[in-house]
Write a protein that binds this ligand. Structure first.
Ligand SMILES: C[S@@+](CC[C@H](N)C(=O)[O-])C[C@H]1O[C@@H](n2cnc3c(N)ncnc32)[C@H](O)[C@@H]1O
Length: 449
């Protein structure tokens, strides 16, 4: 990868008043202090938990998603109308796209993870089927599943060998086979419901940044789980009809969202209809997030055929994960990052993961590239809402929200405000060692100059 220019900021020589913060982090805190504002109402909506009662979106737990109402809040704050064009460069399950669609606003999203793209493309398809079709299709599938051949899955991926009891795995593979014979859009709709039951039917749990094994977990029965998911989907469709959000004969106010499987670090070939006027998004956090692990069951059942393909996918994602490799000559593209990376490198023997400095370097190189791409493709005056978590490693605090904001300034954005949605403590171990200094989760609001 090309070396990016280092920031040209005057580095303060004043001692930093806050413990465990470098001088650069302190300089950033001082620079943006007047634009940092608590808006803890947002705290409820920056996580997926806010979607638990939202019809259709609740059908699949994309753990890193923000809530539908979060997007609605920013559609209102930015005063977006059907004349706008919304872009989500890290669209995940497509929350931004679905909320824009519901408000009659055209949108486009990109994600590099095929399962995310599949979910984002399939959720709106639920809106175009009759609730009774789901139940009828399930009844048909039930008559076929006992005799079905098990579908091929990527069994050379280690987690697949331990994630399920043998009889559950066999049954899931049989369900996968019969679903593949359904006509569209029922096939995709059922596949989404099938992906949603993999976690409860396994010994795994999507906790934190990984997929954890919980050997003492009670594993659900695939037949019962699928039937209950179908019932939930049917309920959602009926509810949407009742509240009038979904009328089969109504003319859609906006075209269906466009979802692209791609790498948002390069937007050259993205089929934008026109220059986007708003971005509402959340990138992977700089905290060891590895989506190819969290979603490995879904990936191994459908999107990759072997471990090698899974690994290739991991290395094509934004480098927020611990296996991130730093390219020749790549350096942290911001002095606050450099400061933390240097401090951590000097004590790698004490770090519980010595690869963290490389991950941080690579993460910010990638994010700088991403922000430069936004600057290139967005309409003048376009507004951006970006949800990010700050991070702390070995006690060193890194204000990711402010670093990205200063990078955005360099790339031609005005930093309007940084809204603090909530504070998160780190592990109790860290708290004990470094005192109660919480870590912000914020929404950076920028506009393109
Ligand atoms: C925090 S999640 C976004 C969740 C989304 N806001 C939602 O509501 O579902 C970040 C997303 O970035 C995606 N991602 C990682 N690397 C990417 C890349 N290079 N290009 C595009 N998307 C990427 C991940 O797959 C993940 O879905």
């Amino acid at each position: 990868m090309r070396q990016l220019p280092l920031f040209n900021v005057s580095v303060s020589t004043e001692p930093c008043p806050a413990p465990f913060m470098g001088r650069e982090a302190c300089r950033l805190e001082a620079k943006y202090a007047s634009r940092l504002r608590e808006d803890t109402q947002l705290g409820r909506w920056v996580s997926y938990v806010g979607n638990k009662d939202v019809p259709i979106l609740r059908l699949y737990r994309y753990k890193e998603a923000f809530a539908f109402r979060f997007v609605e809040g920013f559609i209102a704050r930015f005063g977006l109308t059907p004349a706008d064009y919304v872009f989500d460069p890290f669209c995940g399950m497509g929350t931004t796209l679905l909320a824009s669609y519901a408000h009659g606003i055209a949108s486009i999203g990109i994600d590099r993870l095929p399962v995310a793209v599949f979910i984002a493309r399939t959720l709106p398809r639920f809106l175009h089927i009759e609730p009774s079709e789901l139940r009828d299709a399930l009844e048909t599938l039930k008559t076929r599943v006992n005799h079905a051949e098990p579908a091929p899955v990527a069994m050379d991926v280690a987690i697949m060998q331990v994630a399920f009891p043998a009889d559950t795995l066999l049954r899931l593979r049989q369900w996968k086979t019969v679903i593949a014979h359904l006509p569209q859009p029922l096939q995709d709709v059922f596949l989404l419901l099938f992906f949603a039951i993999l976690e409860p039917c396994s010994f795994t749990s999507k906790d934190g940044q990984f997929l954890r094994m919980k050997r003492d977990k009670a594993v659900a029965d695939p037949d019962e789980m699928l039937a209950s998911k179908v019932a939930q989907a049917e309920q959602d469709l009926l509810l949407l009809r009742k509240v009038g959000w979904l009328s089969p004969k109504a003319e859609p106010q906006a075209s269906l969202p466009r979802v692209v499987l791609g790498d948002t670090r390069c937007l050259t070939n993205v089929p934008f209809e026109r220059k986007p006027t708003a971005v509402i998004t959340s990138p992977p956090y700089a905290n060891r997030y590895d989506y190819t692990r969290t979603y490995s069951l879904e990936l191994c059942f459908h999107f990759v055929s072997c471990f090698e393909e899974l690994r290739e996918l991991r290395h094509s994602l934004l480098r927020s994960h611990i296996e991130a490799r730093v390219g020749d000559g790549e350096e942290a593209p911001h002095p606050a990052v450099q400061e933390v990376v240097n401090a951590l490198r000097s004590r790698t023997r004490e770090l519980n993961n010595p690869r963290i400095p490389d991950m941080l370097t690579a993460y910010f190189v990638d994010m700088y590239r991403v922000i430069q791409e936004w600057s290139r493709v967005l309409e003048r005056g376009a507004r951006v809402a970006l949800v990010v978590d700050n991070v702390r490693f070995d006690g060193m605090m890194l204000p990711v929200d402010l670093v990205l904001s200063e990078m955005a300034e360099q790339a031609g954005f005005r930093v309007e405000e940084i809204l603090v949605a909530r504070y998160k403590g780190n592990s109790s171990q860290q708290m004990g060692r470094y005192g109660r200094m919480p870590v912000r989760e914020s929404v950076a609001v920028w506009s393109k100059e």
